[in-house]
Design a protein around this ligand. Structure first.
Ligand SMILES: NC(=O)c1ccc[n+]([C@@H]2O[C@H](COP(=O)([O-])OP(=O)(O)OC[C@H]3O[C@@H](n4cnc5c(N)ncnc54)[C@H](O)[C@@H]3O)[C@@H](O)[C@H]2O)c1
Ligand SMILES: O=c1ccn([C@@H]2O[C@H](COP(=O)(O)OP(=O)(O)O[C@H]3O[C@H](CO)[C@@H](O)[C@H](O)[C@H]3O)[C@@H](O)[C@H]2O)c(=O)[nH]1
Length: 451
């Protein structure tokens, strides 16, 4: 099949590369000429494991090309995927300006299609509020009388494991109203489902649109829930590792997405939750569990800083109480295996420490450049995890890169001023740390004090 993929960000690039992998001919489109030039040279503008290889292979074979001009591929396209951003507006709602702009551009370009061409399947893959398929339809129809149908096909990939998620999906959700649209979508996805054993769900477009928000809301709710249980576990002397393993063994609950952390971040949960809350308010149906999820996460993003403040005896009203302290911070990305720092808790932690007068030396395996561009010399940047620890009063861990878990802690201890770790990802067990003389604070397990 011939496919236009409009928007070459995390979702568009992964979709383009994976559809090419499935044997389709893909034209990736982006308004950002610099990004298109980078991609056309075979370089990926984002860090996503496995993406570089797929891009290189399919650019070389000619199955995948990039352009700034969507007209270049519209005449022969079977489907056109909209994968542009839907950022949060000031009132919390999803900003639809990029999606509707693309709809207008598709409408204009439709004149290049033959009058008797099969209907173009316009696929909305961006995360959008219920009713968007109808809005996109109206926008395109205002520009053309050529045949088309708008389909909602929400994307569930996670950054950091996006290629695997796309090639082997748990499920594909397609909101459409015709068998022709369903057949085109099956043609694109069937080989992935054959490989993963994933499920195919055809439904109406509004249900597909709501499914995306409901999935993210449920996942975020689980995280806020386990974070609250972790915080409570500390108060009552329980260990959240035992609790999460035991509740996760109930097949109705399941073990995934029950890891306490320093507050969820990223480009999706925070904005999608706000967008769904806004829809609830507009409908006169406030979503109470979701509001609590967001509030619990706001609190959670402060938990690690609170532990640091308590340990170092920071008192309210004392100016720059940490002015003689230096902290090493491992992890800047909102989670491991990505360079994305959108809504990363690490940035809030840096703000909190710097406001208290502390010096912060940071390390990350992929997100250093993004942080440098955002906050410049507010912190110092270390070339290695060990270098970050040199002369620091404590090590703070915000992102669960596996290399951190496997670090040589004896070398870390030599670099630090004291054996002291505040771990926002529970990378180590408290007993093991205590046996080696560490002061070790983590989430939902007892804190241990070294000698
Ligand atoms: N990032 C994720 O993990 C993820 C996962 C599932 C769904 N989503 C959703 O997918 C959508 C895209 O997210 P993303 O993270 O890929 O965004 P992104 O910001 O990384 O990429 C969007 C791209 O669209 C381009 N663009 C904007 N207007 C354009 C136009 N008129 N024509 C062509 N290109 C245009 C931008 O230049 C940019 O490269 C959002 O709605 C998001 O919520 C994201
Ligand atoms: O047990 C867990 C799992 C995740 N997180 C945090 O939750 C956030 C989101 O993580 P994750 O969901 O893995 O990353 P995203 O790439 O943001 O993916 C989410 O958002 C995407 C965009 O909508 C969806 O497509 C995905 O299905 C959905 O998982 C991150 O801060 C994680 O550190 C935890 O704290 N504990």
């Amino acid at each position: 099949m011939q496919v236009l993929v409009i928007g070459s960000g995390y979702v568009g690039l992964v979709a383009a590369a994976c559809f090419a992998e499935a044997g389709h001919r893909i034209l990736g489109v982006d308004v950002d000429a610099a990004k298109v030039a980078t991609l056309s040279r075979g370089e990926s503008p984002i860090f996503e494991p496995g993406l570089d290889e797929l891009l290189a292979r399919h650019l070389a074979s000619g199955a995948l090309r990039f352009t700034t001009d969507l007209k270049a591929g519209i005449a022969d396209a079977d489907a056109a995927f909209i994968c542009v951003g839907t950022p949060q507006s000031e009132d919390g709602s999803a900003d639809m300006k990029y999606v509707l702009a693309v709809a207008g551009q598709i409408g204009d370009a439709m004149a290049l299609r033959a009058k008797d061409a099969k209907p173009l399947i316009v696929v909305d893959k961006s995360t959008v509020p219920v009713g968007t398929a109808a809005r996109v339809h109206a926008e395109i129809a205002a520009h053309t009388d050529r045949a088309f149908e708008v389909v909602s096909n929400p994307e569930f990939l996670r950054e950091g494991s996006a290629i695997g998620d796309f090639l082997e999906p748990d499920r594909v959700v397609v909101g459409c109203r015709s068998d022709h649209a369903e057949a085109v979508m099956k043609g694109l996805y069937q080989s992935f489902l054959d490989r993963s054993g994933g499920k195919w769900f055809r439904m109406d477009p509004p249900s597909a649109e709501l499914t995306k928000y409901a999935a993210n809301a449920m996942l975020a709710l689980r995280i806020s829930f386990i974070n609250e249980i972790a915080n409570l576990a500390e108060c009552v002397g329980a260990d959240v590792d035992h609790v999460k393993t035991a509740i996760g063994a109930d097949h109705r609950i399941g073990p995934a997405f029950l890891n306490p952390g320093p507050g969820f971040g990223g480009s999706c949960f925070p904005k999608d939750l706000q967008a769904l809350l806004k829809v609830g308010r507009e409908q006169g149906h406030p979503l109470m569990t979701l509001a609590a999820t967001v509030e619990a996460n706001r609190h959670q993003k402060q938990v690690l800083l609170k532990k640091v403040k308590a340990h170092f005896g920071v008192q309210a009203g004392v100016p720059a109480p940490l002015k003689d302290r230096r902290f090493a911070l491992w992890g800047l990305a909102f989670k491991a295996n990505t360079d994305d720092i959108r809504e990363s808790m690490a940035l809030e932690l840096i703000d909190g420490l710097v406001n208290l007068g502390a010096e912060v030396v940071v390390h990350d395996f992929a997100a250093m450049e993004a942080v440098k561009a955002k906050i410049g010399d507010k912190v110092r940047y270390a070339e290695s995890p060990l270098a970050a620890c040199e002369g620091a009063d404590a090590l703070l861990i915000a992102t669960e890169w596996s290399e951190y878990r496997e670090a040589d802690l004896e070398a870390v201890a030599k670099a630090l001023k004291a054996r002291r770790i505040f771990d926002g990802r529970n990378l180590f067990r408290p007993e093991a740390m205590q046996a080696k003389g560490w002061t070790y604070h983590s989430l939902g397990r007892r804190a241990v004090e070294g000698k």
